[in-house]
Write a protein that binds this ligand. Structure first.
Ligand code: ATP
Ligand code: MG
Length: 444
């Protein structure tokens, strides 16, 4: 029967030949976050729907149009559309916020949003995200932004512009909402249905509408930055000062409002123009009211999410380096059953020491086996047949140079292999101007 079930629209498969790209981004992101004191948090893929209603916000596109929700028995669950809500829920539920502050977590997870699939916009996508809870200080904003920047730099991603803005606190927001209402009121009838409702409930969300008509109407709308209270304004000035001191360049973009309701004060996006319309590779900000809103104490917090698919699109486009995928260290080509048994035994010994070793499992002829070894990119091969077994010696062939060394198939086999292997590695290091990583595939 033909297999005609395809993966759902807006989802992707990652094949073994490409997974090293993901490993590169995940490894660099993890290591960098850990060097800033963040520890990994793992949370469930679905949560009670109410969690997202109360955090992301009922008037956002995400909640109104994009969530995957199921009714199971009596309860409504939603596949997480983002990471922050679940992370904060977990920090609260497990008492992390009663421990020494700030609490710093990072996560790598999939998110689900029913959006129109296009380049850089999927229905299941992946985020690397961080949350820092406890510090109201502008230095914390700069710290979190500098972590995102450091990850992008270590991945050697270029031409990404940091855009920052402040969207104030509830005090500044109240005055601003009035100004927005006054601005949009005369155009009320022209707005999309969702925005008509937003005008009453949450006018700032109008600025985040994707409808071209609403965007055109909103283009001269008042800017939140002109309505900041003194505290928010001083906070923003300090964030800018710290970023400048850190040598991180940025642009103040008063149009950034972010698509989720929980943000306060600093918001930011790292944007590239190199991958089409979906150019925001990282987005985040401060959310001082969220933890309280979810039933905790007043604990100021902030974080960001990086879209991993978008990062990889940029890295591919820019020809960035990835960690080399692990290549076969040695392939045993065998002739006959006894030789196969020997290959199995030698392979097992080598694997004990962490080598990637293979032998024929397809019953191929010698020539076809060697062709396969070439495809694998094996660094060494060894042919085993009746002669080799009888003499307990075989030729170890270094594939690149073609150089062969006759070695004993005795209990010193692994040690002998190791010596030859490391000599080759030293040669490669010389060729690569001292880069140890070229050969081991451990680093770029
Ligand atoms: P956008 O304006 O691009 O829709 P957003 O404001 O909805 O983004 P956030 O909720 O802040 O995005 O998510 C953080 C990051 O996750 C984004 O900057 C982006 O890199 C990535 N992201 C968001 N939605 C998607 C998606 N549907 N497909 C792929 N990546 C996404
Ligand atoms: Mg979106």
């Amino acid at each position: 029967m033909a297999m005609n079930i395809k993966r759902p629209n807006g989802t992707e498969d990652v094949l073994p030949r490409d997974v090293h790209k993901w490993h590169t981004v995940e490894k660099i992101a993890r290591e960098t976050a850990e060097s800033f004191g963040f520890g990994e948090l793992r949370v469930p893929t679905f949560e009670n729907t109410d969690l997202f209603l109360r955090s992301v916000g009922e008037t956002t596109d995400v909640v109104q149009k994009e969530m995957y929700t199921v009714m199971a028995k009596e309860t409504k669950f939603t596949l997480r559309p983002e990471g922050t809500a679940g992370a904060i829920r977990a920090m609260l539920q497990n008492g992390l916020l009663n421990e020494a502050l700030p609490q710093r977590v990072y996560y790598i997870l999939s998110c689900f949003r029913h959006e129109r699939p296009q380049a850089g916009r999927l229905r299941e996508f992946h985020q690397f995200g961080v949350e820092m809870a406890g510090s109201p200080a502008p230095a914390a904003d700069a710290e979190v932004i500098s972590l995102a920047k450091k990850i992008l730099d270590r991945l050697e991603i270029k031409n990404v512009e940091l855009n920052i803005n402040s969207i104030g606190c509830p005090t500044c927001r109240a005055k601003y909402h009035e100004a927005l209402k006054a601005y949009f009121e005369p155009h009320k009838e022209e707005l999309c249905d969702t925005c008509k409702e937003r005008l009453v409930k949450n006018p700032m969300r109008l600025l985040d509408c994707k409808s071209p008509i609403c965007q055109e109407i909103g283009k001269d709308a008042p800017l939140i930055i002109d309505y900041l209270c003194e505290e928010c304004s001083t906070h923003f000035e300090s964030v800018k000062k710290y970023l400048t001191n850190l040598g991180i360049s940025f642009k103040v973009n008063p149009k950034i409002v972010r698509g989720l309701d929980y943000y306060t004060k600093t918001v930011f996006e790292f944007i590239t123009t190199e991958i089409g319309a979906q150019g925001t590779v990282c987005a985040g900000g401060r959310y001082d009211g969220l933890i309280e809103q979810l039933g905790g104490q007043h604990v100021p917090a902030l974080g960001f999410g990086m879209g991993l698919e978008r990062l990889l699109l940029v890295m591919d486009k820019q020809g960035c380096n990835y960690l080399a995928p692990k290549k076969c260290d040695i392939y045993f080509a065998t002739m006959g059953d006894e030789a196969l048994e020997k290959a199995i035994a030698l392979t097992a010994q080598l694997r004990e020491f962490g080598y990637y070793a293979e032998y024929d499992l397809m019953g191929r002829g010698l020539k076809a086996q060697m062709k396969y070894a070439n495809k694998l990119g094996a660094a060494f091969t060894m042919v085993l047949g009746d002669n080799e077994l009888a003499e307990a010696k075989a030729k170890l062939k270094e594939m690149e140079s073609g150089e062969e060394t006759l070695i004993n198939l005795d209990d010193k086999f692994v040690a002998t292999f190791e010596e030859i292997y490391f000599n080759k590695m030293l040669d490669v290091i010389d060729d690569e101007n001292g880069s140890l990583f070229a050969f081991t595939g451990e680093e770029k």
